[in-house]
Design a binder for this molecule. Sequence first.
Ligand SMILES: Cc1cc2nc3c(=O)[nH]c(=O)nc-3n(C[C@H](O)[C@H](O)[C@H](O)COP(=O)(O)OP(=O)(O)OC[C@H]3O[C@@H](n4cnc5c(N)ncnc54)[C@H](O)[C@@H]3O)c2cc1C
Length: 391
Amino acid sequence: MEYVKYDVVVVGAGPAGAMASKYAAKNGARTLLIEEHASIGSPVQCTGLISTPALNECEIGEGSFVLNKMKGAYVYAPDGTELAVNGKEVMAYVIDRKIFDRALVEKALDCGVDILMKTRFTSVVKNRVSVISNGERKEIQAGMVIGADGLQSAVCRSAGLSKCDKFLGGMQFEAPYAPNDPEYVEIFTGNDVAPGFFAWAVPFNGMARIGLAKNPGDKPASYYLEKLLLHPVVASRYQGSRTEHVVGGIPLGCPDKTVKDNVMLVGDAAGQVKPTSGGGIYMGAICAKIAGEVAAKAVRGEATVDEYEKRWRSAVGRELSVGMMIHKSLGKLNDENLNEFIAYLNQPEIRDVITEYGDMDHPSVLFRKLLGGSQKKQLIRLFGVAFRTLF
Ligand SMILES: Cc1cc2nc3c(=O)[nH]c(=O)nc-3n(C[C@H](O)[C@H](O)[C@H](O)COP(=O)(O)OP(=O)(O)OC[C@H]3O[C@@H](n4cnc5c(N)ncnc54)[C@H](O)[C@@H]3O)c2cc1C
């Protein structure tokens, strides 16, 4: 057994782990980042659509990882009606996650973080972190441990913390695609293609990432992916062949506690994922910065893990819990209700409100605005009176 000593050990070199380790090092902690795979950002489990604020939050500017810039979205109702959501400027980027994740880790290394690849976390007991590094069992002494090890977090399990409320099943591939507008994301709704969530085609460079996420249970995601390819819009644009298959889960609904003793969870491990879109990079980056900073303070005795819990919940907790209520309400709609909801959104005055207040990171802002507007009755009828009290 070999003992190595660090102030902070961050488990998992995804976006949350990279940001948390960078902030721990920037705040003076001797920091180690460990990753079980041999290369960063692989395998990819992502569509790679991130908003402009999310990219800013990650502090790396527009790099070679940007594959496309998106200005809006077409949302398709189950009956085929198209709703065009027009952004005023670039709203989101399509990124190459492998290059993006590597760029984030490089920034962390520039700040003094040490990294150990092919090193799998197995358990934490007090200050002792057990890992299997290149096939060898090792122990590392850690003042603080940050679990940024994704939705199946071993750190969460080892610390005895609870899992998220639910896990959506996701599946996607890349293929040649001829979109109506290459700067528009396409969203498909309905119980035929994505029960409880939505399906998508995200275009870039003559290709698209075509996929879906769906409620757990029922039929597998592969069943719905085949149905999606038969959707009239997708069928007319999809040009055959499939590459870069992705299968993955999306954790929704944060557990009540994300800290215990000297352990903090961040990113997917803590369920810090937007329940309306399934995007986890933005919220994960915000919370990871707080985790890194608090971990560095905690090893100096200037903070406890509770500060992290309090600060991240005050930064994004309300948006996540309102997002979860919106997710649950939308998930209950049958196809007829979804047609009605999209027809409601398609009215010119409502479309103007969406253009003005639509924000993929903060959907609560738009819903609050709509529920304060003259056409709120239709919305309340669809979602129920209790929905109004959320905003
Ligand atoms: C189909 C699909 C599409 C998605 N599309 C989007 C999107 O368009 N935009 C968006 O923002 N989000 C999207 N997401 C979600 C996004 O991928 C995650 O929210 C994001 O990757 C979470 O980052 P993270 O750093 O918390 O975890 P991860 O990116 O999962 O990183 C965790 C890291 O920990 C490592 N690890 C795991 N266990 C151990 C261990 N025991 N020891 C050491 N290392 C370990 C893993 O190898 C990995 O590198 C999508 C997810 C899916 C499934």
